[in-house]
Design a binder for this molecule. Structure first.
Ligand code: NDP
Ligand code: MG
Length: 316
């Protein structure tokens, strides 16, 4: 039977790639949400016929309400941050995928978990800002937390069939972004448009800028600590320019497992939707003979101080 999905943040980069996977799988869409892009969500409503739609900004909600007025097939419209939580909590979907950007996603993550839904989580800010709340709620309600962030999906995959207590260290990979190799002095001259030119991934603006400063890796270290209940000393990061090795887990016996694939978010998105199954994915397969040499470098912590050791973090 086709899975039913509620997709929060459907107009964003992860949202539209999730709809690619949903389209390819023939899944049903139960609910969609956006903040302000009314025209884009209208197109999604035409194609996917959700039962519910939430528009979180006031202006977006007014515009969408006017556009849907009088239509017999219109989805029910929810509005604002409360509407987003209501949608996340609604009975109906098999999985709620949260691809909202920023702390605005936290309430919806908690609402989905507390209502007993498995949560496919792209919104890393849920874990960075409310990690303990999220993991405690997951344990209390016995639901699955399925990481969408490519590094955390890689770790999740490396841990399958292995014992969590035999994990020695998590090694996150970072592409290094557009400013790799630049000194702190050179970074002073960089502009927003320079920061938005990511070499490997096409993503929303916030995460792209965070990748350029390596702030994203700092956030992902916290995300991994929260997801796998590890101290900072057990989570590290290296530069891997090709974004083919998505992250690695070192075990106590010295064995290291990695997950590889083309840099295409539809692979971790697809797994989060279909887990524990794997199904065909619209992303291309990895061709080892054409992906070139795979390289690893240390992070330059002087040029990119937010990336790692200078983070002020709790130690657990
Ligand atoms: P985008 O900016 O492309 O999309 C964000 C989505 O959230 C849009 O649907 C947007 O609506 C909606 N949104 C914006 N503000 C609010 C708000 N205040 N309340 C509710 N919804 C809001 O972001 P990305 O898709 O790039 O990223 C989404 C999340 O996934 C982030 O947490 C990011 O860190 C994470 N992530 C992204 C990756 C990527 O490849 N893009 C990779 C790994 C993780 P509208 O379009 O109408 O403004
Ligand atoms: Mg990532």
């Amino acid at each position: 039977m086709a899975k039913k999905i509620t997709l929060l943040g459907s107009t964003g980069s992860i949202g539209t790639q999730s709809l690619d996977v949903i389209r390819a799988q023939g899944y049903e869409v139960f609910g969609l949400s956006a903040h302000s892009q009314t025209d884009k969500i209208l197109q999604q409503i035409e194609e996917f016929h959700p039962k519910y739609v939430c528009m979180t900004s006031e202006a977006g909600a007014e515009k969408l309400s006017a556009a849907l007025a009088g239509r017999a097939d219109a989805p029910k419209l929810l509005t604002g941050p409360e509407g987003l939580k209501t949608l996340a909590a609604m009975d109906g979907p098999d999985v709620v995928l949260n691809s909202v950007v920023g702390i605005a996603g936290l309430g919806a993550s908690l609402a989905a978990i507390e209502s007993g839904h498995d949560l496919a989580l792209a919104n890393k800010e849920s874990l960075v800002t409310g990690g303990h709340l999220v993991t405690q709620a997951v344990a209390k309600h016995g639901v699955k937390l399925l990481p969408v962030d490519s590094e955390h999906s890689a770790i999740f995959q490396c841990l399958q069939g292995n014992r969590r207590e035999q994990l020695n260290k998590i090694i996150l990979t970072a592409s290094g972004g557009p400013f790799f190799g630049k000194t702190r002095e050179e970074l002073v001259c960089m502009t927003k448009s320079d920061a938005l030119r990511h070499p490997n991934w096409k993503m929303g603006a916030k995460i792209t800028v965070d990748c350029a400063t390596l702030m994203n890796k700092g956030l992902e270290i916290i995300e991994a600590m929260r997801l796998y209940d590890l101290p900072l000393s057990k989570v590290t990061a290296v530069i891997h320019r090709q974004s083919v090795v998505h992250s690695l887990v070192e075990f106590v016996d010295g064995a290291v497992m990695a997950q590889l694939g083309v840099p295409d978010m539809r692979i971790p998105i697809g797994l989060a939707m279909t887990y524990p199954n794997r199904t065909h994915n619209p992303a291309p397969a990895l061709d080892l003979l054409s992906c070139g040499p795979l390289t690893f470098d240390a992070i330059d912590e002087t040029a990119f101080p937010v990336s790692y050791t200078h983070l002020t973090l709790p130690t657990t």
